[in-house]
Design a protein around this ligand. Structure first.
Ligand SMILES: [Zn+2]
Length: 235
């Protein structure tokens, strides 16, 4: 495999039948994808021009990685958990009863028998609680917005997704990731509007985005927030 040494990074050269040149940076690895017919000197020149941009991307990715690592949940008393963008401190309260969670103004109080207050028990209880909250909040909020903007889905469901916040099928069945209820309300509204707009445009065309903008004028900010902060909603 051919590589090019950049200023503080190494670039893997990948030649293919593609027509355009692109630099990809993933998990700290840089690669340049160039059309077969182009010489390696072209790639070298291209990288030289993009050096500042590559360095910035690499710094950014490294920073995000440390942030993600530091945010890994422990599922212990006193730990903070997000709900609608607000932090709640987890309180564990031993009680001879079924597991239940009550959200207070500053805390999430988890009641249950001692053997249920282990790390896995807490994790399971929180996931169940969030899913239940998501079902209530996202369903009623979606119905409300759907009514306002006159785009109604056939159904609304809550799912577990690894890397998406929502989806809309061609039959206008809308699904949301339950983890969305950890995000601030304005971010949730953007995702809801985004999925509802797919009822009208089943693509990401410019018409689609202008419809989103019509109902959510600041959508670029919300979209950007999701890109930058999704890791804080991880579970
Ligand atoms: Zn979409």
């Amino acid at each position: 495999m051919q590589t090019i040494q950049g200023d503080g990074f190494t670039v893997t050269v990948i030649k293919s039948r593609r027509r355009t040149t692109a630099i990809k940076i993933k998990d700290g690895a840089v690669s340049i994808h160039i059309p077969n017919r182009l010489a390696i000197t072209f790639a070298q020149e291209f990288i030289l021009q993009k050096t500042a941009w590559i360095q910035q991307k690499l710094r950014h990715q490294a920073h995000a990685k440390t942030q993600r690592a530091s945010i890994k949940k422990q599922f212990i008393a006193g730990e903070n958990f997000l709900f609608l963008g607000k932090h709640y401190s987890l309180r564990l309260i031993e009680k001879n009863s079924k597991v239940s969670i009550i959200k207070r103004s500053q805390t999430l109080d988890l009641y249950g028998r001692q053997n249920r207050l282990s790390k896995t028990g807490i994790h399971a209880a929180l996931v169940a609680w969030y899913k239940q909250q998501a079902e209530q909040y996202l369903t009623s909020r979606t119905l409300y917005i759907a009514n306002q903007i006159n785009l109604s889905p056939r159904s609304i469901s809550i799912k577990t997704y690894k890397a998406r916040w929502g989806s809309c099928s061609q039959h206008t069945d809308i699904n949301f990731n339950w983890k969305l209820v950890l995000a601030p309300a304005r971010i949730i509204d953007y995702v809801i509007i985004h999925e509802l707009c797919h009822i009208q445009y089943f693509n990401h065309s410019s018409q689609f985005w202008s419809l989103v903008e019509q109902f959510c004028p600041s959508f670029k900010q919300e979209r950007h927030w999701l890109k930058e902060n999704s890791y804080t909603l991880e579970f």
